[in-house]
Design a protein around this ligand. Structure first.
Ligand SMILES: [Zn+2]
Length: 215
């Protein structure tokens, strides 16, 4: 059964930006990480030189992982071109997905397949991965990320329709919890004409469900 639903009147998945930035968390996190190492057995087995700067390194990692919260994902899409006579589906396969699970702060890695049918403009080929990258540098769950990609593109570029398919590994399933390394999570979202029968079928039949997930 079709999972897509009419979104008339529903809230957009495009996240508002910019949000207020508060750097206080770094001070508290640095203290917390230092306490963690101070109370850990790791101090007895590791040369202190390996961990003396780890609090600052970890803060840098986390800061990078949320840096997209203060960037506008529509910005890369604002420079566009006339499509000429091209009126068929455009596919971009194997767009890198590296994002952070909002629940566990573990990595989600995979690929996205994005497609659209231009109405009055096309965008540069590098602009779609740039838009995806900004959304990925935010705490995410895969379902929301998938919908945000098509909502951001549809709202900004106004194609006849667009669709995205994301396949990913979740390290919160691989490295903790269930410790299940082989599960691939697949999500799909479509907007505009991609919800209609033949276009929907053309998009769905172009997807790869068996290839390498990452890189
Ligand atoms: Zn998780």
């Amino acid at each position: 059964m079709c999972r897509d639903k009419e979104r008339m009147g529903e809230e957009s998945n495009v996240v508002e930006f910019p949000q207020e930035k508060d750097d206080n968390w770094k001070r508290f996190l640095r203290l917390g990480i230092k306490q963690y190492y101070a109370q850990s057995q790791v101090l007895k087995s590791l040369d202190h030189s390996h961990i003396k700067d780890t609090a600052d390194r970890l803060i840098s990692v986390l800061e990078f992982n949320i840096s997209g919260c203060w960037e506008d994902p529509t910005e890369p899409l604002l420079k566009d071109f006339a499509p000429g006579n091209y009126d068929e589906m455009i596919h971009e396969r194997d767009i890198k997905i590296i994002t952070t699970c909002a629940h566990h702060a573990e990595r989600i890695v995979g690929k996205a397949h994005f497609s659209y049918i231009p109405r009055s403009k096309i965008v540069g080929l590098s602009k779609i991965p740039r838009m995806v990258d900004i959304l990925c540098r935010r705490p995410q769950i895969q379902e929301n990320l998938t919908e945000q990609i098509v909502d951001t593109f549809q709202k900004t570029v106004d194609p006849y329709g667009c669709g995205v398919h994301v396949r990913a590994y979740h390290f919160c399933m691989i490295a903790r919890g269930i410790q299940e390394p082989m599960v691939v999570t697949e999500t799909t979202a479509m907007r505009g004409s991609f919800k209609d029968g033949l276009t929907r079928q053309e998009f769905l039949s172009s997807l790869d469900h068996t290839g390498i997930v990452f890189p």
